[in-house]
Design a protein around this ligand. Structure first.
Ligand SMILES: C[S@@+](CC[C@H](N)C(=O)[O-])C[C@H]1O[C@@H](n2cnc3c(N)ncnc32)[C@H](O)[C@@H]1O
Length: 363
């Protein structure tokens, strides 16, 4: 085990990495959208606990239909017709009733509001490392509550927010079991992802599902190379002018990205166009203090080792488009991993796992 002395105290190296990450998200809460923006639930039905449960129940053609309607809604910013909307909402609520419990691990600023809108009556527990992130998430919910009051919509049920390292919280707090756990954009930042994965697996009820999104590995090598420039800076987070230095570097990066975006830097303009004209996504991609680069199969093999069953995966591949594993998730997963090796994976993959019941595991 590796220890370091800080302020005269013994600090575990992994704790130090978590502390740097907390500093990062306190400075750059993610995603940093305005508090008054509210997600359109039709465009996010695939995030609904019922979507994953439909797949777990082998109602794959219906889940695929939801995926298609929801993706179209997200891409074209169009609604779903009323008949389909009522039908989908009815089915999602039937397989995932309000008695089911939801856990958001590394919830960020936006997931709590999205999940409250998708699941108005379910119990939701949201965990995050950063105080600033949770503050923003609560502000978003308060604003919607205020708006709902004037538009005579139902009052939102409260969400239980927990501040701290999810791995520790899940071990130490008596939280009970969950039927759906969402962990997006978090595992690849952990100093020891297996232990967070294990903590989540332990909190899943039998038959419950875990939905994760992890970074592609090969496609992000350039981002990680840029991040190493700031490594020393993050190591000095306890120094006096640390925040000033971070913002100085951040401003430089934003200017650089703006030039990229406007086409003044032909060598890198295509590569970083996806970051937009400059926002916290620039910091998230290029200044992150904890993005070690972990192979995709590490996550999948760790999940299998914990006894989880992969029931779905998806990823967008260059010249092919979205590959979705409604029929044969393992086959699609192999394609996604191959595409990542060729640097042709255009999105970070999403995976859904189910915790098998004990009697199934014994068979
Ligand atoms: C990239 S953001 C993703 C936010 C959100 N899940 C989303 O997809 O919009 C990662 C979030 O996870 C939180 N986080 C990272 N490691 C964590 C840990 N060990 N325990 C709790 N939260 C963590 C960060 O504070 C940050 O808000």
């Amino acid at each position: 085990m590796c220890f370091l002395f800080l302020y005269g105290k013994e600090v575990h190296m992994e704790q130090l990495k978590i502390e740097k990450m907390r500093q990062f998200y306190d400075l750059f809460p993610y995603p940093n959208r305005p508090f008054f923006l509210s997600p359109k639930i039709e465009a996010h039905f695939t995030s609904h606990g019922g979507f994953s449960h439909l797949i777990a129940l082998n109602r794959r053609p219906f889940a695929q239909k939801i995926w298609q309607l929801s993706s179209r809604c997200l891409k074209e910013n169009k609604g779903i017709n009323k008949k389909d909307l009522y039908m989908i909402q009815g089915e999602l609520e039937a397989v995932f009733p309000s008695s089911k419990r939801i856990l958001l691990v590394g919830c960020g600023t936006d997931e709590p509001l999205l999940y409250r809108k998708l699941h108005p009556n379910n119990e939701i527990v949201a965990v995050d490392l950063s105080r600033k992130v949770l503050k923003k998430a609560k502000k978003k919910l308060s604003y919607q509550r205020f708006k709902n009051f004037f538009t005579h919509q139902d009052r939102f049920r409260k969400i239980s927010f927990l501040l701290g390292n999810a791995e520790v919280i899940l071990h130490e707090k008596a939280l009970g079991g969950f039927d759906f756990i969402q962990c997006f954009g978090v595992l690849h930042h952990q100093p020891a992802p297996y232990f967070l994965l294990r903590a989540m697996e332990e909190r899943l009820n039998p038959g419950g599902v875990l939905r994760i999104m992890v970074y592609s590995y090969h496609g992000r090598k350039l981002e990680r190379r840029i991040q190493t420039r700031y490594k020393k800076l993050w190591d000095s987070f306890f120094e006096k002018n640390f925040k000033f230095k971070i913002f100085q570097n951040y401003i430089q990066l934003r200017v650089w990205q703006l030039l990229n975006y406007l086409g003044f830097r032909p060598a890198t303009e295509d590569r970083f166009r996806y970051l937009g004209p400059g926002s916290t996504s620039v910091a998230d991609a290029l200044m992150h203090p904890s993005d070690p680069g972990i192979s995709l199969n590490y996550f999948h093999e760790s999940a299998l080792q914990l006894g989880l069953e992969m029931i779905y995966c998806e990823g967008k591949i260059e010249n092919i488009g979205y590959e979705t594993g409604f029929e044969n998730p393992q086959e699609v997963w192999n394609k996604v991993v191959d595409a990542d090796t060729r640097k042709e994976l255009l999105t970070n993959p999403i995976l859904i796992y189910r915790k098998v019941h004990k009697f199934e595991a014994r068979q």
